[in-house]
Design a protein around this ligand. Structure first.
Ligand code: ZN
Length: 409
């Protein structure tokens, strides 16, 4: 009887026919005997993650897949990324995304990334814990020049503009309320005060003087954007009764896992790039089944290669993933359901996300098989699942595990 789940999500997996690949998609053109074996032994279909004709962003499509309707639970990237940095969020917190940047005395932006600074730990630490008018600022370093910022306290609102002008040619904007509410006015005022105080603190840091002496750009400003309120909602464990973990290299996906209350597991060499250690990730996922009954395993590179228009690279990466998939499948026991899906298509032709549905497959004891014997966009149109939506995935999983409640008598 199935009791556990590995949900393997290939970001941006779906694609469109590529003339240079003989009219096949990268997935169809790749040699994928293991994907094909799973398709032949399992049940397949196609999924419109957010419904037909909706072009999904990665964050909202993952929320939909896990059964959290984005219109209810998505309040911006801020809370998701902050969760991924290991900040324990509380209901009512306002989360923002931050960039350590270089500005001149008039707050004109000289470099949005402070010369591609890589270790912002000391700069974040210098600002972490600041209290302004009773509101606490929690500041944690992210990857590269990035940081996560939380405002914690009473009477806050996320209905405010960005301080980040999103281009290097304009000065930092004063934050303004987006609505006529006391919370929005209060929050805008507090963040404007924070920008003044934090820029003074950063300006005076010895580390920044040292950077200037070394000919490096100082990290003298924290540019803020993407305010979102952390909503009150049931965690993945509370909603489904799964003890879940997340294995992902990319910050956003770690954020999704943490946002839903999943434990974040590190996997050696997980880079979210084409060079990621796939064997290591699959080993980590199998080992995680000892402790967890739901493993969210995210693999990023197909999406990035699609956004680069690199159809040969996308094909080769999927073939590489297929080679490592053999060990994962071999390691599965009779209690584990394997789901392979994607959050959206990223056609090389568009170099962007599209609304084209993505292939989905379920594999495990008791899963009904269909006539499909290869894993690809075209083949899966004939699959037993038919066309589903992202919101159908979790109910399907619960059904296969015999955990759906009976409707009626
Ligand atoms: Zn994505």
């Amino acid at each position: 009887m199935l009791q556990k789940v590995i949900a393997l999500i290939f970001d941006g997996l779906g694609d469109r026919p590529v003339p240079e690949l003989g009219g096949k998609t990268p997935l169809e053109a790749a040699a994928t005997p293991n994907f094909d074996y799973l398709a032949a032994q399992g049940e397949t279909g196609l999924m419109h993650t957010l419904g037909r004709g909706v072009r999904p962003g990665s964050d909202v499509s993952h929320l939909a897949i896990f059964g959290y309707p984005p219109q209810e639970y998505y309040t911006g990237r801020g809370p998701i990324e902050a969760a991924g940095l290991g900040i324990e969020l509380q209901s009512g917190d306002i989360a923002l995304r931050g960039n350590f940047a270089t500005v001149d005395a008039d707050w004109n932006i000289l470099d949005r990334r402070a010369g591609r600074i890589s270790d912002t730990g000391p700069f974040a630490a210098a600002l972490d814990g600041l209290i302004i008018d009773g509101i606490e600022f929690i500041v944690k370093p992210g990857t590269g020049h990035r940081a996560g910022v939380i405002l914690r306290g009473k009477g806050l609102s996320s209905k405010i503009t960005d301080a980040d002008p999103h281009s290097g040619d304009e000065p930092v904007s004063q934050v303004r309320p987006l609505e006529e509410s006391p919370g929005a006015h209060f929050t805008a005022t507090i963040i404007n005060k924070f920008m003044k105080q934090s820029s003074e603190i950063l300006h005076n840091m010895l580390l920044n003087r040292e950077r200037l002496e070394q000919g490096l750009l100082p990290a003298n400003f924290l540019l803020l954007r993407g305010a979102g309120i952390f909503p009150s909602f049931p965690s993945f464990a509370e909603k489904y009764g799964f003890n879940a973990c997340c294995i992902a290299g990319g910050g956003l996906y770690r954020g999704i896992g943490a946002f839903l209350g999943m434990d974040l597991l590190d996997s050696p060499g997980a880079t979210a790039m084409p060079d990621t250690n796939l064997a290591g990730k699959f080993r980590t996922a199998l080992a995680a089944l000892e402790k967890y009954d739901f493993v969210f395993l995210h693999i990023k590179a197909a999406d990035s290669l699609g956004e680069d228009g690199n159809y040969a690279g996308k094909r080769d990466f999927l073939a590489e993933a297929d080679r490592h998939l053999a060990a994962l499948v071999k390691g599965l026991d009779q209690e584990t359901l394997l789901l392979i899906a994607a959050d959206h298509s990223t056609p090389c032709q568009l170099k962007a996300h599209s609304a084209d549905p993505v292939p989905v497959l379920f594999y495990g004891p008791g899963v009904r098989t269909d006539e499909v014997t290869s894993f690809g966009e075209r083949a899966c149109t004939k699959g037993g699942l038919g066309f589903i939506e992202g919101k159908d995935l979790m109910p399907q999983i619960l059904n296969l595990l015999g955990r759906l409640h009976l409707l009626g008598a």
